[in-house]
Design a protein around this ligand. Structure first.
Ligand code: GAP
Length: 460
């Protein structure tokens, strides 16, 4: 039986705005659809998520290497990858109000998730929409153009002189930066197959979305890892990466009951097999990350389009071959939404109050400690000095405004794992009270032991 969770999207959006986690993009201009800005707390949390991912998939991976490739790539890259020809969504324009909608979203919403448009051809989608007379969600009329495919890549142009402009694209995935650097990385590191190339970076897609906060945005960050292996070993590695991706989520504190695997019904043009890990988001089960067996598609296509030999040469037996690739791809922002959803809780306190608390893994929390002087006047100086010392060890924050209870609540809401209170006794014996976010228990401890105690607790 599923237990009812306190989290809703509305609560998250409000909390994120008031606590400096995420703000609507271009807020003072009434926003810009599907863009969001990370605030002082949010940027730290997202950076910690990216650091945790990098640690697991680069630092702790025996044979994986990082890159940071350019967002703007030669347009031929996107011809080779297949994005120019087929990276598109089926869309329809409402002839009455001119709103553009995704045909698959219309079907999914109309059928309340009962019908899976991913398993339908374009003709089947058109038939379904006509048969059920699915109306425009904006104006309520049924007067659509036929379904047409719209490419999701954002175009821009290169060149400063008029008439000398070349069309280029903002990358729609980071993966191609890893493929085009396959030989550069392999030769410079002398890596032997199997090995991995990882990257974290921005990607851009001209998507229409129903507005589920940062779930699907037009500008987002991907964390992608390509595992280059020999044909025949790809199936085994595909299974291994499914497990690694799952274990990574558990290591961040996700409950297994909120995760599930889902095989793709319709495979992307490059994939032999593919699956998602879905998360039970506040709006329902949806894709959190993907694991794809991309075969030798990408490297073969780059060989064909660039004219450069993409063969790997086995230094042992001299064998030459184009490696297969198992890809693990997850959006940093989408993972951020999942982390926020998983952490959110409302707890009833004695006395009838409710506290909102974000139970982040301590490694993910923006600040590890908040230093609080019981009274600003008497203990402010001592508390500030302690704050400055602790900041050298890990990110800390300082709060001297309002009652101690209110200050604890503010830290609970941004998920700070520890609060340290400097009180009258501190001035006498150099001990402080350390309060645990999750249990709310308090212990007394000498200042000299504080940094190493916290360092132990925040390890990832
Ligand atoms: N290189 C493979 C690839 O890009 P994808 O399934 O299109 O595959 C991988 O994207 C992951 O990137 C998704 O599982 C999701 O976490 C994230 N993602 C994709 N589109 C996104 C968007 N518009 N906004 C936020 N995250 C997105």
């Amino acid at each position: 039986m599923e237990t009812k969770r306190a989290v809703t999207m509305e609560k998250l959006v409000n909390l994120c705005k008031t606590r400096g986690i995420i703000f609507p993009g271009s807020d003072i201009y009434d926003g810009m659809g599907n863009t969001w800005d990370y605030g002082p707390v949010g940027v730290e949390i997202k950076n910690n998520i990216k650091k945790a991912w990098w640690k697991k998939f680069v630092q702790e991976s025996e044979n994986s290497y990082g890159v940071d490739a350019a967002i703007l790539m030669n347009s031929r890259v996107w011809e080779a990858s297949g994005h120019t020809a087929s990276f598109s969504d089926p869309k329809m324009d409402c002839k009455e109000c001119k709103a553009r909608q995704r045909a698959d979203n219309l079907i999914e919403n109309y059928s309340k998730g009962e019908v899976n448009p991913d398993a339908m051809s374009q003709e089947e989608m058109q038939e379904y929409i006509n048969e059920h007379q699915i109306k425009c969600p904006i104006c309520g009329k049924f007067n659509w153009t036929p379904i047409r495919n719209f490419n999701l890549m954002f175009e821009t142009s290169r060149g400063v002189t008029e008439g000398n402009q070349n069309k280029i694209y903002l990358r729609p995935e980071t993966a191609q930066g890893e493929f085009v650097n396959f030989l550069n990385v392999q030769r410079s590191t002398r890596a032997k197959i199997p090995f991995g190339i990882a990257q974290i970076g921005k990607a851009f897609r001209n998507e229409i979305t129903p507005g589920n906060f940062i779930f699907r945005t037009i500008e987002f960050e991907q964390m992608e890892h390509q595992w280059f292996c020999k044909e025949g070993t790809d199936v085994e590695y595909y299974e291994e990466y499914k497990k690694c991706a799952w274990d990574f989520l558990l290591s961040l504190g996700f409950k297994e009951e909120n995760l599930r695997y889902k095989d793709h019904d319709k495979l992307a043009h490059y994939a032999k097999c593919a699956c998602d890990i879905q998360y039970n988001f506040p709006m329902g089960w949806s894709e959190l990350n993907g694991i794809h067996n991309r075969t030798d598609y990408d490297l073969s296509r780059h060989q064909e389009y660039s004219g450069k030999n993409m063969n790997y040469v086995d230094s042992g037996n001299g064998e030459k071959f184009i490696p297969y690739v198992v890809e693990y791809s997850i959006g940093a922002d989408r993972l951020m939404l999942a982390v926020l959803s998983e952490a959110y809780d409302e707890e009833q306190l004695e006395g009838g109050d409710t506290r909102i608390v974000m139970h982040f893994h301590p490694a993910i929390s923006a600040y590890k400690v908040c230093v609080l002087p019981l009274q600003k006047k008497e203990m402010g100086e001592k508390a500030k000095a302690l704050y400055k010392t602790l900041c050298k060890h890990f990110p800390c924050t300082y709060d001297e405004a309002g009652s101690i209870g209110k200050r604890y609540r503010r830290q609970d809401e941004i998920g700070t794992p520890f609060c340290v209170t400097v009180d009258f006794d501190t001035l006498q014996d150099d001990t402080v009270t350390l309060r645990d976010r999750d249990t709310m228990e308090q212990i007394r401890m000498p200042i000299s032991e504080l940094a190493s105690y916290v360092e132990n607790k925040i390890k990832y």
